[in-house]
Design a binder for this molecule. Structure first.
Ligand SMILES: *[C@@H]1O[C@H](CO)[C@@H](O)[C@H](O)[C@H]1NC(C)=O
Ligand SMILES: *[C@@H]1O[C@H](CO)[C@@H](O)[C@H](O)[C@H]1NC(C)=O
Ligand SMILES: *[C@@H]1O[C@H](CO)[C@@H](O)[C@H](O)[C@H]1NC(C)=O
Ligand SMILES: *[C@@H]1O[C@H](CO)[C@@H](O)[C@H](O)[C@H]1NC(C)=O
Length: 538
């Protein structure tokens, strides 16, 4: 008996050591990022931007599955600052998520070092500032995670790859826009769309006959886009970390906060071609162009621009349903993506979240199931870890829409580690929505118009090969449904990716919890954690 337990103890130690050894093999990538205000003029007029090491947009993080990413962020702004890593799952390390529910802001003139792993991930992601509406001034960048060389990817290795950060843009400074929101007004239509910080002329050069990978993220705050390349088709290969069925598209909708990866073969006559992004569902329509250049070309691109969809909702919904998981492809691990069989797992809970515009004390706010979220001074995660009472409660939001008038609150949904949950996003408004969950990918199983009812499951759900992603669009007066396996302990932000909505309350947190304190399910608080609010250094 005793010998057996010693044996088990030794085996346990061995397992722990090999765990540490495996970890040591994963590369470390170190970054030092100095955040400053500086003058930029993407639309030809000087404005105050947020720069990283003097750059706008910020530097691209290029790394490999399981790399350790160490980013020392030096805040030289005159206000608190945080960066969040959009789509990086922060497995067991909600501590590094960089939103106000998990982290104290980095004060001005100080620094804080993020340490996380791109554990079991591949794909196209991005990062951006998470406090207030900083991100309308910049501070964002690409975050690309390559497959390990030992894992086969389901397409030939492209000649080269390009990162395209496309998003809407305002001429006004973030402080001016924030004031509008604080006074209770919605933001106006953005002034333009940008590709990699340029309103036109961003150029990507390749050789005739070769195939290139385009990693496209919508880093905007309000506007869904349609993306296309004159004279060329695009083969979709990956969406937010999942390999897709390789469908060929003339144009693709990319909603706010989403990313897609496409392959483009340069099979035209050697010249320049327009790359176009145009806004969806806005009046007027915003367009921006870049250039696909065949190496050596001195023939400029010719008008007209390729046409894309503008207001058509049905077109977009139909296209969304064609984006499916390749069940036999690997993602970050050698086991195929289809081996999880999400469609056969019993749902233990259904949460229906309805967004509404609300008028609270005479000001515009947005609410989810009648609660308009406000950040407490103490990050939820710190309150949870140190059992600080009075910061949040678990019955702060209902599992279904209510008729109660909208009110301020700190909404946290309490769930149990490994729960398999259905979340239905019900859009009661006439504008398009984008919902994002930190820490996870979810299966985007269904889109439909009108009000969701349980019988929609049979009729509309894809329970076989729905794509797994971190951000889902919800069409006007429609619903979108996702299934998620809550296997990542922590406190996770569930938010509108449309940033003025998030800022005015359209967000909440999902607490994924079990009572067992174990480093196998969640890392301890990092030694460099910052403290604020009611959380004091222990
Ligand atoms: C701040 O930066 C210095 C190096 O310049 C580093 O030694 C220190 O660990 C950083 N502080 C935090 C809290 O990350
Ligand atoms: C912008 O794109 C839309 C959608 O394709 C199109 O209808 C519109 O004519 C374009 N505008 C310009 C100036 O090319
Ligand atoms: C799915 O992935 C496999 C690799 O496992 C690849 O051979 C196949 O072409 C992909 N299928 C489609 C339809 O994209
Ligand atoms: C909110 O309600 C007040 C009256 O209580 C009204 O004066 C104001 O215009 C409303 N604001 C919005 C944004 O609807």
């Amino acid at each position: 008996m005793r010998q057996a337990s010693i044996l088990y103890f030794c085996l346990g130690l061995l397992a722990l050591f090999s765990g540490i050894l495996v970890k040591a093999e994963d590369a470390y990538r170190y970054y030092t990022w100095t955040i400053t205000h500086g003058t930029i003029s993407p639309l030809g007029v000087p404005q105050k931007g947020i720069l990283i090491n003097g750059q706008f947009p910020g530097p691209t993080v290029d790394c490999v599955t399981n790399d350790n990413i160490i980013v020392n962020v030096i805040n030289k702004l005159d206000e608190p600052f945080l960066i969040t890593w959009n789509g990086i799952k922060q497995r067991k390390t909600t501590w590094q998520d960089g939103v106000q529910g998990t982290n104290c802001p980095i004060p001005p003139n100080s620094n804080w070092t993020y340490k996380f792993q791109t554990k079991d991930q591949i794909g196209t992601f991005n990062y951006f500032p998470s406090i207030g509406i900083h991100r309308v001034a910049g501070g964002f960048g690409g975050f690309n995670v390559q497959s390990r060389s030992v894992i086969a990817i389901p397409y030939p290795i492209p000649a080269e790859e390009f990162t395209l950060l496309i998003g809407d843009w305002y001429k006004a400074d973030d402080k001016v826009l924030q004031q509008e929101l604080d006074q209770g007004f919605p933001l106006p239509l953005p002034d333009a769309l940008l590709i990699n910080g340029l309103s036109q002329g961003a150029t990507f050069t390749g050789e005739k006959g070769k195939t290139y990978k385009f990693r496209v993220s919508n880093v905007g705050i309000a506007t869904a886009i349609n993306f296309r390349i004159q004279g060329h088709t695009m083969t979709l290969v990956e969406v937010e970390g999942a390999h897709t069925i390789q469908e060929v598209y003339d144009s693709l909708d990319v909603h706010v906060g989403q990313s897609v990866t496409v392959l483009v073969t340069l099979n035209g006559s050697p010249k320049d071609y327009f790359i176009v992004a145009s806004s969806r569902f806005t009046k007027p329509i915003l367009n921006t162009t870049g250039i696909l250049r065949y190496a050596g070309s001195n023939t400029p691109p010719t008008l007209p621009l390729p046409i894309g969809p503008t207001y058509q909702i049905h077109w977009s919904m139909k296209q969304a349903r064609t984006i499916r998981l390749n069940l036999t492809a690997n993602a970050a691990r050698p086991n195929p993506q289809g081996s999880f069989h999400y469609g056969t797992i019993q749902v233990v809970r259904t949460v229906i979240l309805a967004n509404t515009a609300a008028n609270i004390s005479g000001k515009l706010r947005y609410a989810v199931n009648s609660i308009s979220y406000v950040d407490p001074a103490t990050p939820l995660k710190l309150a949870d870890w140190f059992n600080i009472p009075g910061v949040f409660t678990l019955n702060s939001i209902k599992d279904a829409p209510t008729n109660a008038p909208a009110a301020f609150g700190t909404s946290v949904i309490g769930t149990t580690l490994h729960d398999f949950v259905e979340i239905v996003f019900q859009n009661t408004e006439t504008t398009i929505q984008s919902w994002h969950l930190d820490g996870y990918s979810f299966y985007a199983v269904g889109y439909g118009s009108g009000v969701w009812t349980p019988d929609k499951r049979k009729k509309f759900y894809n329970l076989n090969d729905a794509v797994s992603r971190h951000t889902v669009q919800v069409y006007p007066k429609s619903w979108s449904a996702v299934l998620v396996s809550l296997d990542n302990k922590g406190m996770w932000n569930l938010r509108s990716a449309i940033w003025s909505r998030r800022y005015l309350g359209q967000q909440l947190y999902v607490r994924v919890w079990n009572n067992e304190h174990s480093i196998f399910t969640e890392n301890d608080i990092p030694p460099n954690a910052l403290f604020c609010g009611l959380a004091k250094h222990p």
